[in-house]
Each structure stands twice: as structure tokens, then as C-alpha cells.
Ligand binder design. Sequence first.
Ligand SMILES: Nc1ncnc2c1ncn2[C@@H]1O[C@H](COP(=O)(O)OP(=O)(O)OP(=O)(O)O)[C@@H](O)[C@H]1O
Ligand SMILES: [Mg+2]
Length: 351
Amino acid sequence: MTEAWKEKRIFLVGGPGGVGKTTIAAALGTQLALQGYRTVVLTVDPAKRLAQALGFENFTNDLQPVNLKGIKEPKLFASMLDTQRYFDKVISRFANSETQRDKILNNRLYRIMVESLGGSHEYAAMERLLEFTKDNSFDKIVVDTPPSQNALDLLNAPQKLADFMDNSVLRWFQSSNTPFSLFRQGTKMAMKLLEKLFGSDFFRALAQVMDDLEGMHTGFRDRNLEVIQLLKSKATGFFLVSYPSEVRFNESSDFSRVLKEKGIPLAGVILNRLEKKFPKELTKTSDLSEESREQIQKILDYRYSLATQQQYWLSRFETSIGKTPLKCLEKRSEEIHDLETLSQIGEILLS
Ligand SMILES: Nc1ncnc2c1ncn2[C@@H]1O[C@H](COP(=O)(O)OP(=O)(O)OP(=O)(O)O)[C@@H](O)[C@H]1O
Ligand SMILES: [Mg+2]
């Protein structure tokens, strides 16, 4: 990998759902730690076996040291994001008084809002990242991000939340010509359903949360500015993970465009799960039946055509990203979960 990657302190790994972000974040973290950097990987929802490898099985602390072979002093730390917990922390920080804090934290509608408010996971990730950046004991911080359809989900989360906290939201709910009020007057059925779900004091509770949140939006706005500044800083690298196909190419183009509009440069693109090069035809082997030969040839045809399509989309990626560094990772035959494989992948990425 280019020297520029090595200089980064914060590695933000983003991209569409299921492309391999969590695996790649863990791989980068493992390799950085093996190179001697004290590294923390902030991860979201790792697959079960990967979580085990990172020591989340007996998870007691939100910062978990990961033992690496041959390294005595812990260099790798894993941290799993708990959205609800971080929101509670954020509320505690911004609340104007203990009474305000407790009122919000004890309101069950607040819990539901955290769960359902678009971008709350992304916001929590950014919030936790800010905390880690202020901890000078970490040389490198690798951030795995939740699956997002586009970069906007991720980058607009702090802004969205600041907007939400703005008192105008309360006005929107209260004003007479919003869909909400129509809904309030008209659809009694839906109303009954909501009451069933949230209890009869739903609307009173909603107004209460809004009242309680009053005055906190300045805190969220300041935080939003801090996050944007951090993302734009030279110390941060945004790495887009993707896959060479038409759908992923289009998604990734949107992603890069949004980043550009926000003034956040793309530090690198990682294309994951590339097909290994296969021969187009089966070499003559006498001990195979005709039927087996045909079946194997079918698989080869499929793999060959997939590899050809991937090569096409790979070249489209190359053209579109210009000078941005690009790394390709082969598709492995097994799920990636052990530290050995992770470090190998990390080595490829950082070489
Ligand atoms: N190069 C690869 N070869 C084979 N399997 C892979 C490869 N990269 C990732 N995987 C597997 O694909 C699955 C999904 O990967 P991962 O969880 O890292 O994706 P993700 O982008 O984080 O998903 P999500 O968007 O849901 O968070 C995992 O089981 C992982 O082991
Ligand atoms: Mg993931």
C-alpha cells in the first residue's frame, strides 16, 4: 500500500452492505498491531466466529485486548459499538442537569427513538470515534461502519441528529398542517394501534421527550462540526470497500461523489471477493466420467464468466477513481475468522 495509508491515524472503512467491511477493518487492525502500533478496532456486529477471534465471546469491557501470537504487551484492542449505551452517554454529556438527564433516560419513548431514528448507529460510531481520537495511547484507530446504502447515511448522521434535536421538530409535530396532525385527526385506527404499542400516554410522552431535549441541540451541533473536521483532517483516511459488479460500481460512484461534495477525500478503494483465475477449459484427465467432466466444465464456465465480468467492472473502477489507490482481495474458500488469515489480508492491504 502506498505510504499515504501508513501515515493515517484513523482508518474509516465504509461501503455498501455485506461487502466485507467488518472483516477488512479487523484485518487492517490486526496487521497494524503486528507492525507495532497500538491499535483499536471499533467494530459493528462482527460475524460470530470473527467476534470469537476478537475475544468478544466473554466480553466484559467495551475495550477488549486481543492476544496476538508473539506479542507480549497488548497492541490490538477491539471495541464493539453499543448504540443505546452511547446515546445514553451522549445524553448525559449534553443534558443541562441531572434531572433533565434522568428524565430522558427513563423515558421509554426515548429508547424507541434511538432504535428507530435513522442514522443513530452511524451517529454512535462517530461519537465513539471522537472519544478514541482524544485517547493519545492509541496510535491507530480503525473504524468499521454499519452497512449504509450511501455515504450520506454515515456522514449526515451527526447533522441529522442535530436537526432532530432542534426545537423546530417539536414545532413540526405541533403545527396544524402537517401529515402528523392529519393523522391525529383522521386515522383513529392507526392512533389506537400506536396507543396499543406505546401505551395511552404516547403523545404526552412524545411532547415530554421533546421538551426535555430542549436546549441540548447546541451540544449536538458542536459535536457535528467536530466530526466533520475530523473526517476532513489529514490524519483520517476513508476507505471504500466494494465489489466489482455493476450494482456495486454504481453505489460506490454515488458514495465517492458524496464524499467529494463533503470535502472528504477517498484514501483508497478495496475491491473484495475477486475470483481466482481459473482455466477456461478442463485439461484432459482420463479418470473422469463424461458426466463429471460436463459438470465440472459447467462450473468452470460459470466461474470464468464471473471472473470476466469482474475484470470488466474492475477496469471501470480503475478508470473512475483515477489516482486513488486500489487494492484487490481474492475470494477465499472459507469464512474469514482467524487472526492468522486476518493478518495475511492486512498485510496485502498495507504492503
Ligand atoms: N475475501 C473474502 N472471501 C471470502 N469470504 C469473505 C471475504 N470477505 C468477507 N468474507 C465473508 O463475508 C461475510 C460478510 O463479511 P463482513 O461481515 O465483513 O461484511 P460487512 O460489509 O461488514 O457486512 P455488513 O454490511 O452486514 O456489516 C463474512 O462471513 C466474511 O467472512
Ligand atoms: Mg459489518
